[in-house]
Design a binder for this molecule. Sequence first.
Ligand code: PYR
Length: 355
Amino acid sequence: ALLAVAMLLGCNQQDGQQAGKAQAEIKPIEWKLATSWPKNFPGLGMAPERFATMVEEMSAGRLKIKVYGAGELMPAFEVFDAVSQGTVQMGHSAAYYWKGKAPAAQFFTSIPFGLNAQEMNGWFTYGGGQQLWEEVYAPFGILPLPGGNTGVQMGGWFNREINSMEDLKGLKMRLPGLGGEVLKRVGGVPVTLPGRELYTALQTGAIDATEWVGPFNDLAFGLHKAARYYYYPGWHEPGSSLEFLINQQAFAALPNDLQAIVKGAAKAINQDMLDEYTVRHVAALDSLINEHGVQLRQFPEDVMAQLRKVSAEVIAEQSAQDPMMEKVYKAYKEYEQGVRRYHAISEDAYTRLRQ
Ligand code: PYR
């Protein structure tokens, strides 16, 4: 019996060594991931970094993803094309930046007076949103996955107070997505700029106002040094979802377990970003107000009421011009009506109660 045990042990040792050798011989798959954010930017930029680390650990080094900041391989707004063409296998960005290529994409980041973060995540996972998003990106050879959420954003940085709709007339403001279309409709001038250009544009007067994300990210860019008033709430982006973009061919070439790891890590990071913002916005807002003298302002209720009305019109009109956008709009609206009905007596009722 002793001999048998020794043989078994010997055998196992040999097997182990062979497995170890085989493992070392497997050449890791190496991917590039380009982002629309400065390298290691708090929140937005850390999500792809953490994703890459997680994938490498979960795959025991079989899939290595190198993350590039905006401008390292390509400008911020060329990430979509680069993933589509396979120049890079992945991207991390925001779907509404691609409204010129696919107007329906805007629904997958955030739309004015639309879903909040919790509702967006529900839509993606169990409400049919993911399938629609895949349909919108399929012609580009891209598989999208939710890649974090900022929660309700801030209304933005202004150098003049917003007391009425008149104050929005002629206002040159950086405002992406459908929020920008709404601003245009009420007489403003929307501008689309990548994040890293906002401070200089505001400081030099190239734009009059800007929104970015919220205290944690706005403080990091120093936007308070270029504007006096910090407005809330971010009516234009009430639950902005970020995105992982994956080249479909590169994804299809992965073995099943690595595909599952990529999807699983993306899902974990999607939640992780919201968790981090929930904590870090608090101290950042305190710092902006108490250490940097920022003046916090709430948009007047009647301005919000009018923007809400115009938003509904603009979203319906734009959707009517593009069949895919119309399809997503219809599905989004149906889901939204249901979730709002329930949230009126749950989440929203509780929020009112504790105020
Ligand atoms: C923005 O570009 O405004 C984002 O919130 C990502």
